[in-house]
Design a protein around this ligand. Sequence first.
Ligand SMILES: C[S@@+](CC[C@H](N)C(=O)[O-])C[C@H]1O[C@@H](n2cnc3c(N)ncnc32)[C@H](O)[C@@H]1O
Length: 402
Amino acid sequence: MSLKIEDPAVLRAAMVAALRDEGLITSDRVAAAMNTVPRQAFAPGEPLARVYETHTTLAPKIGADGRQTSVVSASHIQAIQLEQAAIEPGMNVLEVGSGGYNAALLTELVGPGGSVTTVDIDADIVARARSGLRTAGYDRVNVVLADAEYGAPAFAPFDRIIATVGAFDIPPAWLDQLTAPGRIVVPLRFAAITRLIAFDRTLDSPVLTASNYRLGSFVAMQGAGAASEQMVAISPDIALRLDPQSTATFHVSALRRALHGTAIERWSGTPFDMPDELELFLLSSGVDVPMLHAAQRAVDQGVVNRTVRLGTPAIIRGGSLAYRIKRENGEMVSGYETGVVAHGPDAELVADELLGLIREWAGHHYRRGAARISYHPGTADASNVTGWHATKRHGSLAVSWS
Ligand SMILES: C[S@@+](CC[C@H](N)C(=O)[O-])C[C@H]1O[C@@H](n2cnc3c(N)ncnc32)[C@H](O)[C@@H]1O
């Protein structure tokens, strides 16, 4: 017999305990905020037990193309971002993308001496956020209907800017409205992936340096900052996904032939572990490494390994390509071993190239947080950025490895 718990306070405490167990809440202040705000006020109609699940988004709004344009974010993502933001009492905070719940958590964190502004581009979401904030007793939050590409100048400067929407770049207005020192927490899209990044600005440099990055995903930014990644179809079920700014070109018909031809498998002798870190290493290993994606049908037909279903970096040379796979191997610390599958006339070569990168990562960077990520405002600076970098509309993102 399952016990039906109807008390939000009990569910809230269980949510916080689960987020602590996962290592996502690490501070007592974030725990206290999440233990206080009634999350159910921001998702009316959702079952109470669901409201307090840790990996569940709530109250989705679906756009004309069938994709989600808004959700109340899952609490595990909110915990990550709040810890990244390191909010202190008395701060002035801007939230990009509203829902109400996160703005209420921010209000708890800044305390009575601080203030919170949240901006959303969608009038329905602004209305819902206002109503939830009123119900829950947080109506001192400034809720603004606007395109947050331009920040919220009337309430600036901000000690912290927390974007809760997938951004393709860091708009100049956010930098103009950020204090120095200051911190921007942003789900940044680059190389066709998202990382939740905490960028610090110091007093003496315009360059933003990441103090922390984590895996996570968000609905995409709309308005002036919207951008679409490039999709290069290899077949109806398989595609390459690339940054909007990428100028890479591919031999599509040769790659299609290669994928439907024979494949080779090779094994690296290194553990399969922290796939998000390896993914970032591979994507930042050279110019224009695309993400390979496939529909379930291509997996079911045996054309690609199931790892491709969620997207995986692919090394492509002419009509040949390689991507990483895994297998159980009890001799590895993680219980799994990383390998590669390769197709095409130069399958051995691309397999070797990818195996070399996997071994380099496993040998030198096999830990969390080994990437050094920085953002260099102003495209004029791009030529000074050493190592791998992605050119954005308003600056450059650089990734190097320690
Ligand atoms: C994941 S939701 C925000 C979740 C919210 N912070 C919460 O408390 O759970 C992302 C929001 O960003 C909004 N958005 C998208 N593009 C925007 C833009 N350019 N300016 C402001 N808001 C935007 C969407 O309308 C959507 O409501």
